[in-house]
Design a protein around this ligand. Structure first.
Ligand code: ASP
Length: 340
């Protein structure tokens, strides 16, 4: 019998309506168990650990990521798979962060949640939870876990964690992974696309729990008052900036923006260019409006999602790497987060 650990962090799946205010608030893990009696009938050895105070995922921070990673590390050898119950709002950030934190993973870490609380009649939480547990327990005939990476399961699809984004605030199909196809589709059976699954080359799990908060993010928009962002482009405030540009990585030829970026990079700052489009990739130099980036040393984020770009920088900057080393690592796929 497979051993599966459920890690409950909070999110809509376990929320109930406050009768007084009508607001949804997080509730104990027992509440979920009471509403999914099927979990007791699954032929698995299922144990659970809950955050002391379950949270709405908008509250998630580095401490919570550390807590999840440490729970997995401590229990790694005793369980065959892990299911993390998490609010959908920031699930793609947590999934990306965990993929960098848990390198060398050879067991499944499946994040799931729901759009409707588990106590409501039309909840999507039951199916998401039960199938996520089944995926976490899926092993092949060689006794190896089928999924050996951090993944998100939502509404019949399994996505690579660092490739997906939340795309809907109200549809059950809340996630998409436009730049990397589903790892599995759940229908009558769960069909895994074996060739799409990530495999580590590391022999053992290596957990890294530090993150840097010296990362900025600038999303370009027509009429952006770039002067307001001046302090962001100063090395004492940030060590790296994710620049969300238009299309294939384009930006206006604004001389102030160019001056900020030039000074920042010359003083050791890192600028990572990702696209605002939900699919496709940055290709600096395709248009004149991105040639400047290429010339000055802005790093192309390729087809990284914004969530993966941000967490990759938060992760990399926490090491004592030189800016040059970080720039090299940014052009590599560490855990399947981008196409090279
Ligand atoms: N606000 C909720 C959260 O992210 C939404 C959800 O769970 O889907 O925690």
């Amino acid at each position: 019998m497979r051993n599966i650990l459920l890690i409950y962090t909070g999110g809509t799946i376990g929320m109930i309506k406050d009768q007084r205010t009508g607001e949804l608030r997080s509730f104990d893990f027992e509440y979920i168990y009471d509403h999914v009696p099927e979990l007791e009938r699954i032929n698995l050895n299922l144990k659970s650990i809950s955050f002391e105070k379950p949270i709405d995922s908008s509250e998630i921070n580095f401490e919570h990521w550390k807590e999840i990673a440490e729970i997995i590390e401590t229990n790694y050898e005793y369980y065959d798979g892990f299911v993390v119950l998490h609010g959908s709002d920031t699930m793609a950030f947590t999934a990306s962060a965990l993929s960098f934190m848990l390198q060398g993973l050879q067991k499944p870490v499946i994040l799931t949640g729901s759009q409707l609380p588990i106590g409501t009649i039309r909840t999507d939480g039951k199916e998401n939870l039960i199938t996520a547990v089944e995926i976490a327990a899926a092993y092949d005939e060689k006794n190896e876990a089928i999924v050996q990476e951090v993944a998100v399961y939502f509404e019949y699809s399994l996505y690579r964690g660092n490739r997906c984004s939340k795309i809907s605030a109200n549809q059950f199909e809340a996630f998409q992974s436009p730049n990397y196809p589903e790892l599995a589709i759940a229908g009558v059976s769960i069909d895994f696309s074996i060739e799409r699954l990530f495999r580590t080359t590391l022999p053992t799990l290596q957990v890294h729990t530090a993150f840097s908060n010296q990362i900025g993010m600038v999303k370009l928009f027509p009429g952006i008052p770039i002067e307001f962002y001046k302090s962001l482009f100063e090395l004492q405030n940030t060590k790296a900036i994710v620049l969300e540009t238009y299309g294939a990585g384009n930006a206006p030829s604004d001389s102030i923006l160019q001056e900020y970026i030039t000074k920042y990079i010359n003083s050791g700052g890192i600028v990572l260019n990702v696209t605002q489009c939900s699919s496709g990739a940055v290709k600096q130099g395709t248009y004149q409006t991105s040639a400047f980036f290429q010339k000055i040393g802005v790093i192309s984020g390729g087809n990284l999602t914004t969530e993966a770009a941000l967490t990759k920088l938060q992760y990399l900057i926490s090491f004592n790497y030189s800016p040059k080393e970080i720039c090299i690592l940014l052009t590599k796929s560490l855990v399947g987060e981008m196409d090279i």
